[in-house]
Write a protein that binds this ligand. Sequence first.
Ligand code: PMP
Length: 457
Amino acid sequence: MAITQTRTAHLQAIDAAHHIHPFCDPKSLAERGTRVITKADGCYVEDSDGNRILDGMAGLWCVNVGYGRQELVDVAARQMEELPFYNSFFQSSTPSQIALAERLSKITPGDLNHFFFANSGSEANDTVIRMARHYWHLKGKPEKYKFIGRHLGYHGSTLAATSLGGMKHMHDMGSSTLPGFEHIMEPHWFAHGGNLSPEQFALRAAQALEDKILEIGADNIAAFIGEPIQGAGGVISPPPGYWPEIERICRKHDILFVSDEVICGFGRLGEWFGCQYYGVQPDIMPMAKGMSSGYLPISAVAFSDRIFETLNEGGPISHGYTYSGHPVSCAVAHANIDIIEREGLVERVRNDIGPYLQSGLAHLYERHSIIGEVRGAQALAGLQLVRSRDTREPFAAEDNAAMICRDICLEKGLIMRAVGQAMVICPPLTITHAEIDEMIDKADAGLREAASRLGLD
Ligand code: PMP
């Protein structure tokens, strides 16, 4: 047996003995053995057996500037030498926090000018919940405390973020739901649109928000939250007209509008933030992932001038994390934003690789009837796998269609993620045409093999 494989088996055994993985069935993971990723460069990762794999998921929707950026390593090292940590609780701040807050205010849309730092998307969304409720208390309306999210929405894995999201399997695990969270239908035309045109369905799906508001009373609702495109739910991109209608309904009923930009932020949709792609302006905007391209954990919540004015007059904010605005993470996030800007990655997605990727996926759609629809926009995509495109007949859950396709693609050296019955693609924004061609070729071969294994031809 080659030395690398012995090493892999050894690592897998220790992993199975001591490491509990997120979102995994521990027993089946241990049986199959975890894939040990050891290095990465550009858009490729390498595993402990020396396989080089094209990372079509940018790590976990986050490595926007690609792997191997020495500049970010140097910035982190310098900051660690100078000041590895100081808190921001007790009348203190650090230069890298201050600089990052100002930097963010330059790229966020409208009057989103005030930032609270945390370490993950989940913590950012817990912050959203606490701050929005605090805001309504200060406004003299403490009964406005409920949140409306969407089915298949994902906002994180803490207790509050799990409740905010609309993932049933997460709610069911350990009865993990808090009171005060409601959910409406996700704007998924292919699944729920029936005979409606996408535009008609967009209004129907947005109307679900108004129906819910009328059912529970606007006086009881703090905010509505949604991802511009629902990522972990399977890249569910709403049809045209949905977001402006949602925004209108929030304004009409005096409900805060929260755009969860954890995946869509930092260039993914060819704008700095996903809400800009859809032409809407939130009051509150959580962000993470692409903020540091995953080089270090950091997240933030942006608040509008209007909300901050109220918070500012409202006395102590009893909320915060030890690592809120960790100086090293802040320095790296700042340098990461500099790279995105200097290399024009936002424009690159909009004018070049976004359209190029989408045309490659359209090509796959033409060639494979196992693809029911291609969803997403720009550098974020989902391929819905179906038994029949014409009747929209889905695969049975036990067919494991997406898992089969994912595993075949991985064998061929391409990482895509399987979500429900969809294949998900979210590459680094630095991906080249040649790498997209490689991705499409590998997906093409993977889809053909999956279709045949699933008895489609
Ligand atoms: N919001 C969205 C839209 C996400 O996609 C995620 C993570 N995938 C989160 C929040 C939670 O982020 P984290 O895993 O960093 O807690």
